[in-house]
Design a protein around this ligand. Sequence first.
Ligand code: PMP
Length: 401
Amino acid sequence: MTASAFRLSARAETVKASEIRELLKLVGRPTMISFAGGIPDPSLFALGDFQAAAREIFAGPASAREALQYSTTEGFLPLRQWLADYMGKKGVAAGPDNILVTSGSQQALDLIGKLTLDQGDTVLVSRPSYLGALQCFTSYGARFAAHDAPLDVATDPAKLLYLIPDFANPDGRTMDRGARLAALSRAERLNALIVEDAAYTDLRYDGADLPPIAALDQQQSGSIELTRTLYCGTFSKTLSPGLRIGWVCGPAALIRKLALFKQGGDLHTATFNQRLMHHVALTGFEAQIERSRITYRARRNAMLSALERHAPPALRWTRPEGGMFIWLTLPEDIDATGLLSEAIAADIAFVPGGAFFTDGSGRNAMRLSFSLADEAQIEIGIYKLCALINAPRKKRAAMGR
Ligand code: PMP
């Protein structure tokens, strides 16, 4: 029987299998050069640090029992303290009461959707935007509009601005200081909350760090309790995505509400995982980030260089200062989804651009991730991909179109 044979919620209608997830099933082939998933290279995981942390947690019965027991919804206090200190280094003065540990930052997005959205509410987003956020806010009834488009405050009272200021998924772009301040003043005018998704912020390869919107907000309002920004962070792109540890930082009043929703969702984030992450963050966070930066910077450079050499003249692409993604724009008449099956047959994967819009835009674009393939694979993959993009155009030209 299909799901539609059952009496489900209206919300169930809005959830559809995503292109990314369907596609990821195919990219496991050992011969595949994948530019598809935005996932860290597992060879970078700090295995020794995690092994040592696990041994220490299980070394004594008291610590081992605590790690195996239920724990508080807000999260493991020493981890929240570590995260508050981390936020402080980014210019956001926060205490543990301003932090909720979540099961990945994806859960933070979901809880924020639950906290703020009613059916038909508008969420302002960048275009393109992170597919997982679009899906999650859609399930709470959201409609979307561009965060920087002219907006009639009276007729379109948006409740939420969802932004990825650093090296965004999917287009790798970074908002400069002026754009961050403009987003903040727009949110103030709308009396809306800002969701600052900082999933890639620690992976900067060139240029100077920019202040998070949460820090600019705090500079203007004087205290975190008076801010309107919920900062969503994660260890997924730096230490481990599998342990599912993220966090949200914001005014304590909102953090308490989010914790109530989290209680109804999963009671708390896995106790052992939080302790493990706390150990590894304490001992090896900086070193791990440095290792990741060196590897990904070289891969980003390799992909940009391969594009310079192999891309047909009509292609355009972004030059990210960090993160994992380059956004490639093809000529208008090329549909990236159509190209994908040919690419997969040639053992190359990417994500078609349409996945990152809710209105059918982005058909002639694709997201290329440089986090997983090494430099030699990137060179071969980009060469083959550019040849594929070029091939039908040559054929069309030969046919006189
Ligand atoms: N935000 C962005 C922009 C992402 O790319 C991702 C993961 N792809 C997430 C949030 C969610 O990550 P996690 O739940 O692993 O923290």
